[in-house]
Ligand binder design. Structure first.
Ligand code: TRP
Ligand code: SF4
Length: 405
């Protein structure tokens, strides 16, 4: 756990606008966001600058993609009165923090992030030997650190980016966390803690610093956490003093990995826009039914009376997401005994998928027909996000000696 996870329960995540979302995006991330918004203070944003790192050449669809994605979020159940929704580039603090952090980020850290080489290999048709692409994870660090969130819900592939964010925060605090009168301010802060608590804090700090006692660290954090008389700045000073880093200005977040179902695409590979094997979250029901009809099945089921193995069939893996226990038993039994045909099996699946999609389509229509409402939601979210971001950037300026007056 990072030092800051004791202070807030804020969640932040972003998605690149790659066009209309598909069922893989929905079950892989969006559904999780919808749950989180009722448990935490949530910030969700459209990572449009990140889209430019690989899609800089053709930006003609960017505008559509951004709004389509926002409508997808809203239609799927993201609630703008609970979560703050915004567009990355509309909060220019993201760009500024990225630039400032770039001054203290060693090139090697960025070159070593696994996605750097992987993506370059995967997207061979694009020239990704750019400054911006190398900086992708650092821009993500800026996205995160601006909001001092505790939890970052991301997929497996993004964990390395959260890890580098933690390293950047640590380095920033190490380099700039030393206020000239730090010790004096710590002493003052200890006073507001009360004498019993401050004695205890000092004991625990010694145990941690001299013997590396992790339990003492946790206990000391609890003292700070539970103390309403501490200002936020003083709490950060005492956290920094505790760990020997100086004041922690930027806060280390944790990745939140939630178990999500693997969503197979039409060809059995992972559902992904780049494989052209997707079912759209708002796709026309007839097309959905047609697409499911053409899905790969267990290759061993050539004829109607060949038995099959659902485990080898992507249709089954979608049934696991979409069907109730009774239908699932029907598939298992019917497939293994050749009691049902693949078309029957697919028909049932298509019915459930269409039922879910229809609800989302219905809600999306409302937003499509009221673009001003959507624009208003985003304008509102951008303003709220900016308030938080500006505050952090002010602290960053101050720590870096840039608050000229
Ligand atoms: N890189 C993320 C992705 O491709 C999107 C993203 C950008 C993000 N900034 C972020 C996710 C900050 C979480 C936090 O999925
Ligand atoms: Fe797949 Fe269903 Fe056909 Fe079995 S019956 S192979 S699970 S489509």
């Amino acid at each position: 756990m990072s030092a800051a996870s004791t202070t807030t329960g804020r969640v932040l995540s972003g998605m690149r606008p790659t066009g209309a979302l598909h069922l893989g995006n929905y079950h892989g991330a969006l559904k999780n966001w919808i749950e989180l918004q009722y448990q935490h203070e949530c910030y969700f944003f459209v990572a449009d600058i990140h889209a430019l790192t690989t899609g800089y050449e053709d930006t003609s669809s960017l505008n559509d993609y951004v709004w389509e994605m926002v409508i997808d979020w809203l239609a799927a159940g993201i609630n703008p009165s609970t979560a703050t929704l915004f567009i990355q580039s509309r909060v220019p603090e993201h760009s500024e923090l990225h630039l400032l952090l770039s001054m203290i980020t060693p090139l090697g850290w960025l070159e070593r992030v696994p996605t750097y080489k992987d993506q370059q290999d995967q997207l061979r048709d694009k020239d990704l030997a750019t400054y911006g692409f190398l900086g992708y994870p650092l821009l993500q660090s800026a996205d995160i650190l601006l909001y001092k969130p505790t939890l970052i819900p991301v997929g497996e592939d993004q964990v390395a980016h959260v890890e580098i964010t933690r390293e950047v925060a640590r380095r920033f605090n190490h380099v700039y966390g030393k206020e000239p009168d730090f010790e004096l301010k710590v002493e003052k802060a200890l006073k507001s803690l009360g004498s019993r608590n401050s004695t205890r804090y000092n004991e625990l700090r010694r145990l941690y610093q001299e013997q590396g006692d992790a339990e003492a660290l946790t206990k000391a954090r609890t003292i700070l956490d539970g103390n309403a008389r501490l200002t936020l700045a003083d709490r950060e000073r005492l956290l920094g003093y505790l760990e020997g880093t100086g004041r922690s200005i930027l806060v280390e977040p944790d990745a939140l990995l939630t178990a999500t179902p693997k969503v197979p695409g039409l060809d059995g590979r992972k559902m992904s826009k780049s494989y052209a094997n997707t079912i759209g979250l708002r796709e026309d029901p007839d097309i959905v039914a047609k697409k499911i009809k053409t899905m790969q099945t267990d290759p061993a089921r050539v004829r109607r009376n060949d038995p099959g193995d659902p485990e080898k069939c992507p249709v089954w893996h979608l049934h696991k997401i979409y069907s109730d226990a009774e239908t699932q038993a029907w598939v298992q039994q019917g497939c293994r005994t050749a009691g049902i045909g693949c078309l029957d099996c697919k028909k049932r699946l298509a019915d459930s998928v269409v039922a879910e999609i229809s609800v989302i389509r219905e809600r999306a229509r409302e937003f499509e027909q009221n673009r001003d409402l959507v624009r208003g939601i985003i304008a509102d979210g951008c303003a709220r996000a900016r308030d938080v971001a500006r505050q952090t950037l002010e602290e960053v300026h101050q720590a870096m000696g840039m608050n000229y007056r």
